[in-house]
Design a protein around this ligand. Structure first.
Ligand code: JFZ
Length: 420
């Protein structure tokens, strides 16, 4: 049973090696019998929808988009309000937001060509602007020069092209008169603010995302401020699942999210279906689902000449993420005219070409059993084990797996080789 497999092969960067395993007494971890997340301690019966979760985990790779009138300034969405951009200037940008070159089908085909299976748009970020037609505020896309419901166009394009449509929503809102936490030195008077009134607004808008836009996943954010409580988090989770039982909800709906590592410390106590490490690859975890969100440049929203990551860095990030059993949500910030920068599209296309060649080890796979390193990451799917080779060492040595015999090994994406 002891074996060490030595492949005297020179691997190109990010080559993928497929091992066809004969699983006599299988030691690979089975898929989870029951997902661990759910509504939190207020309703222990309401667990994560297992079928919806599995469908989402199988996707492994999605596109995150941070976009809004702030793109006109090229500064960070939400955070630059009252910092680089004076409050009044920031809050007036929507009056000039006119992305005439926006084409939802083009965005979604860029995502699809990159190998992404789902799409998450900032419906409302910390700055309070709604990029959809909302019945509950005038501070929305309907009151910009473009007027069109751009988020509806994104939803329909997703549905046309078979990409799962999803929405980001910030529970904190530094623009709303009744949101109770003041951000820095903002002039908004909070003395008469009222969280009950704000909460009603928030629930109404989230209701719109679910019933008017058929969002399949809600990526909540902004839960860390004092205004947002554990009770509100659990209530919001339950409200969402009551409207659509198939909905997937991240852990930032509640207060269990800890630091940028983004995992929930007590899954029984706090609501949420999965963890959200930010700007980092999550640690190996195949008991609590997770998704790393990482920017293709440095800023979440578009910035001219922002530092763009290389194709290799993006692919290695994807490999290490799925090797740790997580999903990757790669963020793009489109330009104020509605287009995604051509140099970013080129990187996405090259990622997509690589994903297509190696998709057998990506979609529907789970991370492990070998832990990801800088050199190597591993996924498995049924009787196949996929070794992703990132380093350029000429020799790969992996330890034996108890009860597993290797029947055959071959390189993917280099079909003339067969090193069985
Ligand atoms: C949050 C947002 O603030 C950010 O703009 C982006 O949308 C990201 C996906 O999620 O990221 C955070 C959250 C909290 C802090 C920093 C970034 N924080 O408290 O320093």
């Amino acid at each position: 049973h002891e074996w060490a497999s030595r492949f005297g092969v020179t691997f190109r960067n990010f080559a993928l090696l497929l091992l066809l395993l004969l699983l006599s007494s299988c030691s690979l971890p089975p898929t989870l019998p029951l997902p661990p997340g759910g509504a939190g301690e207020a309703n222990p019966e309401l667990r994560t929808n297992a079928a919806a979760l599995e469908k989402w985990q199988d996707m492994r790779f999605g596109m995150f988009v941070h976009w809004g009138p702030v793109a006109l300034k090229g500064t960070e969405i939400g955070w630059s309000r009252g910092r680089e951009i004076p409050f009044n200037t920031y809050d007036s940008l929507y009056m000039q937001f006119n992305p005439v070159n926006f084409d939802a089908n083009e965005w979604i085909s860029i995502a699809k060509e990159a190998g992404m299976k789902y799409f998450v748009i900032t419906s409302k970020h910390h700055d309070g602007f709604s990029i959809f037609h909302s019945d509950y505020t005038e501070y929305d896309i309907a009151n910009t020069p473009i007027k069109r419901d751009l988020m509806k166009e994104m939803q329909l394009a997703c549905e046309d092209q078979g990409i799962m449509f999803s929405t980001y929503y910030s529970v904190l809102d530094w623009y709303h008169p009744h949101y109770t936490t003041r951000y820095r030195n903002e002039p908004r008077p909070i003395e008469d603010s009222n969280m009950d009134i704000y909460k009603q607004f928030l629930f109404d808008q989230v209701g719109e995302l679910i019933t008017k836009y058929n969002t399949n996943l809600i990526w909540f954010d902004g839960q860390w401020e004092a205004s947002w409580t554990h009770e509100m988090g659990m209530e919001l989770y339950q409200y969402c699942r009551d409207l659509n039982d198939d909905l997937i909800i991240n852990n930032r709906v509640d207060k269990g999210f800890k630091g940028m590592a983004g995992m929930t410390d007590s899954i029984a106590k706090y609501a949420g279906d999965y963890g959200t490490p930010e700007q980092r690859i999550g640690g190996f975890n195949n008991t609590y689902p997770w998704e790393s969100c990482i920017t293709i440049c440095k800023q979440w929203a578009w910035k001219p000449d922002d530092q763009l990551k290389s194709v290799q860095e993006c692919i290695h990030t994807l490999i290490k993420t799925i090797g740790g059993d997580g999903n990757l949500l790669l963020n793009v910030g489109p330009m104020p005219d509605g287009r995604i920068e051509e140099r970013q599209v080129e990187v996405l296309r090259e990622i997509g070409a690589w994903v297509k060649t190696n998709e057998a080890g990506i979609y529907g796979s789970r991370g492990g059993p070998y832990m990801p390193t800088e050199e190597l990451a591993c996924t498995y799917n049924g009787k196949n084990l996929y070794l992703f080779v990132m380093g350029d060492s000429r020799e790969i040595v992996v330890p034996a797996l108890e009860g597993v015999k290797i029947r055959k090994a071959r390189l993917i994406g280099d079909s003339h080789r067969d090193d069985s």
